[in-house]
Write a protein that binds this ligand. Structure first.
Ligand SMILES: Nc1ncnc2c1ncn2[C@@H]1O[C@H](COP(=O)(O)OP(=O)(O)OP(=O)(O)O)[C@@H](O)[C@H]1O
Length: 750
């Protein structure tokens, strides 16, 4: 049977407004009713359980749309604690006395009413599910004892613990007795047990109330922005009942769990301590959601062990009945949280649990072949193999020999882990007809393929008298081995294929890289010629520039701009043949870009320019040839290390043009000051210039020193001879571009 999941919508709190209600329940078109809107107070139990069971919530991204979540039941804000108990908790008591374990847990966002539902208030009417459950247990115990004239006795024992920051603490122990590590968990026969937990015998409701209240004082609660009495831990109350009749003793447990609520810490404004708690709460609830998802998706691995809470809750693994009460707040401020908890709860509904009563412990002489422990091995859920009607009262003292006989017709499915030999009469007709392999006249014995079917047959082993359990197990084992072997072979061939594919891919990649590298090398060479040509041209060395452009041409054979440039250069050289011849004799012209460098330090600059070109090409092999060619004849934009775009070049050209103002006039005080700093070769001063860091300053000084060394004069004097005389010259230095010069100049205060 699947987990029973019911939703309970809490009424509006004083601080909440009617107009913020976004949840709708049932088929009603009006928002969830609040307590004030409560109608008929004395609804019948059946009516309660059968009422509309849909919660509707708008899509947060599109309010026009609505999501609907269906549950086993939905309880509006007007439903009282008594009604809630009668509808959902009271029916589980008889299952408990029939030997089934019961798990009741409240799930929901912080402040949605979990503690209210489980523990409730102090007044009689406000009492929650737990005290009412205990009251019901004691009442039933008294009745059984009375009906059997005291031959059957019922003992109730309590344990109560909390999981706080993923550590387990005994709530029957005062907090000062807690150890840092908390109590350990252990797997015991398929159940997770807390080691060293106090178990208190409790004979009356009054005793329970006092114990429970006292223990709750030990529970970790704090005021948060979203709830003045927020539970900071998951609290688990275990009520163990031991029914002892003259023939046997039967033990079953009800676990009532008040989970801590998930918190959206953007809303809680939690302090550090609360945040740690909150992280732990959210983590365990997240693991719970993951477990739910893994179970419903039938995944192989269910992450129970990733949090203590999920390990203890063992949803879908625990036998017996599970009821989840999803608490929700009806208002908008909880919108996303509500949506997410509705999602988790909705998925939980699809989880199937094995409803198996606990084995009775028989008194008297030892009995042959007890049923193997069903809980001992946790296995995936199996299809139903038998049925029990838990709604029928269990006979108080049954003949143990006839234990398996005459079980009433089922009300829900029972799942089995191990082969169970059941009389054929227990298999419903419909079941037999649905599964041909179970039919007595079936000749389909060869189709024992999937283990599920094989196991299904076990329950009907009387039909196949000759097929003993061990034989069937042997067959299953053989089949499993076959499947595993086949899988191993398939995986091996798949691996080989993948390896071959990888090799092929690698080879192709290498080829591609080689091709790209070859192309890039050639292109880089061409670009370096272009760049050098440009630099020569900028310095007025037209013949060198022409040579470089001509060397670049084979690399860009179809580039019209380059062809045009070569032609223009040739023409200009012819025009300027005379003036150019006279230039070497004339004094350096400060007004011409690079003139000082070209005339005085030609060899140095050729060296520098070449290095710049090499560097630029190393770093800029991707630069478009058009970008290179687009620069104007007189401009000298230095290559930047980043990818150069045509936009950059245009801007650079504009910047250089702006420097033209210095070409024919004297330098401004600002520029003079800047150049004096540069010429000082003082790294500590240069690095203070705008846009220049320590690295750039060092590069500038290095460059100047290199030029000094390269000059003939530097051989005879220690004094730096080369002086940067213009901003344009400055822009040609290593590590400096026109934009840097502009930056430096703008940053200079005079
Ligand atoms: N059905 C209800 N009827 C009346 N009041 C309710 C109901 N449900 C919740 N409340 C009130 O809402 C408030 C928050 O409820 P509660 O403390 O039970 O929330 P919670 O989900 O346990 O929160 P947390 O996870 O922070 O512990 C309380 O003041 C409680 O009395």
């Amino acid at each position: 049977m699947s987990v029973r999941v019911v939703a309970r919508v809490r009424p509006l709190l004083k601080s909440e407004r009617e107009l913020d209600v976004i949840l709708r329940t049932g088929a009603s078109a009006t928002p969830t009713e609040t307590k004030s809107q409560s109608t008929d107070g004395d609804r019948k139990l059946a009516a309660l359980r059968d009422r509309d069971n849909v919660v509707r919530i708008p899509n947060p991204k599109n309010e026009g749309e609505e999501y609907s979540f269906q549950f086993n039941a939905v309880y509006d804000a007007d439903v009282t604690q008594q009604e809630m108990f009668d509808a959902e908790v009271a029916p589980t008591i008889k299952h408990l006395f029939n030997g089934f374990d019961v798990t009741l847990f409240a799930y929901g966002v912080t402040g949605t009413g979990k503690t209210h539902t489980m523990r409730g208030g102090k007044s009689l009417a406000d009492r929650g599910a737990i005290p009412r459950l205990l009251s019901g247990i004691y009442r039933r115990s008294r009745k059984i004892e009375k009906d059997t004239n005291g031959e059957t006795t019922v003992k109730v024992a309590l344990s109560y613990y909390e999981i706080y920051n993923d550590k387990v603490y005994d709530l029957f122990e005062p907090p000062e007795k807690r150890t840092l590590a908390g109590l350990p968990l252990r797997d015991n026969g398929g159940k997770t047990v807390v080691v060293g937990l106090t178990e208190k015998a409790c004979t009356t409701l009054k005793e329970f109330e006092s114990l429970y209240d006292q223990a709750n004082n030990n529970r970790s609660t704090s005021a948060t922005k979203l709830n003045a009495h927020s539970s900071r831990s998951h609290a688990i109350l275990g009520v163990k009942i031991t029914i002892a009749s003259p023939e046997h003793t039967r033990v079953s447990t009800v676990s009532a769990i008040d989970l801590a609520g998930s918190e959206d810490n953007r809303r809680t404004e939690n302090d550090k301590e609360r945040m740690v708690e909150s992280a732990s709460i959210n983590k365990s609830l997240f693991v719970l959601a993951q477990c739910v998802e893994a179970i419903t998706k039938k995944q192989h691995r269910i992450p129970y062990r990733e949090s203590k809470m999920t390990r203890i809750l063992s949803l879908g693994q625990n036998n017996g009945l599970t009821v989840m009460i999803l608490n929700v707040a009806p208002v908008r401020s909880y919108h996303l949280d509500t949506l997410s908890s509705l999602n988790v709860a909705n998925r939980t509904r699809k989880i199937e649990v094995r409803e198996i009563e606990n084995d009775p412990i028989f008194k008297g002489p030892a009995r042959p072949a007890p049923r193997p422990s069903l809980a001992a091995t946790r296995q995936p859920l199996r299809p139903l193999t038998a049925s029990v009607n838990v709604n029928m009262p269990a006979p108080a003292a049954k003949d143990p020999a006839k234990k398996d006989e005459g079980k009433p017709i089922k009300a829900f499915s029972v799942f089995s882990d191990r082969p169970q030999i059941k009389p054929v009469t227990q298999i419903r007709k419909s079941d037999v007809s649905k599964r041909p392999s179970l039919a007595p006249d079936s000749n389909n014995t060869k189709s024992l393929k999937p283990p599920r079917q094989t196991l299904g047959l076990n329950s009907a082993s009387s039909i196949y008298g000759e097929l003993s359990a061990s034989k069937i197990e042997e067959m299953v084992e053989r089949k499993v081995e076959e499947i595993l072997a086949l899988r191993a072979v398939t995986e091996q061939s798949r691996e080989t294929q993948a390896r071959e594919l990888n090799d092929q891919l690698q080879r192709r990649l290498e080829l591609l890289e080689q091709r790209i590298e070859g192309t890039e090398d050639a292109r880089a060479e061409g670009l370096s010629y272009l760049l050098m040509g440009k630099q020569h041209q900028a310095r007025g060395e037209h013949s060198s520039a022409l040579k470089m452009y001509q060397l670049a041409l084979p690399h860009f054979p179809h580039n019209e701009k380059l062809v045009a440039k070569i032609a223009a250069l040739k023409e200009r050289m012819q025009e300027q043949a005379l003036p150019r011849q006279s230039l070497p004799a004339s004094p350096p012209s400060k007004g011409k870009f690079g003139s000082m460098l070209s005339l005085k330090r030609e060899s140095t600059l050729t060296l520098l320019g070449k290095r710049q070109a090499d560097e630029a090409c190393d770093n800029d092999v991707t630069m478009a040839d058009d970008d290179c060619l687009a620069s104007d004849d007189e401009s000298h934009p230095r290559q930047k290390k980043k990818r150069v775009t045509s936009k950059d070049l245009c801007e650079t050209e504009n910047d250089v043009e702006s420097l033209d103002e210095y070409e024919n006039g004297s330098l401004s005080p600002r520029s003079i000051h800047l150049l004096s700093i540069i010429n000082s070769r003082d790294v500590s001063q240069i690095k203070l210039l705008k846009g220049v860091g320590a690295k750039k300053a060092e590069a500038i000084v290095d460059c100047l020193c290199e030029m000094d060394q390269a000059s003939d004069e530097s051989m005879v004097s220690d004094q730096p001879l080369f002086q940067v005389g213009s901003l344009a010259q400055l822009s040609t230095l290593k590590g400096v571009g026109v934009r840097t010069v502009e930056n430096m100049r703008n940053g200079v205060l005079v």
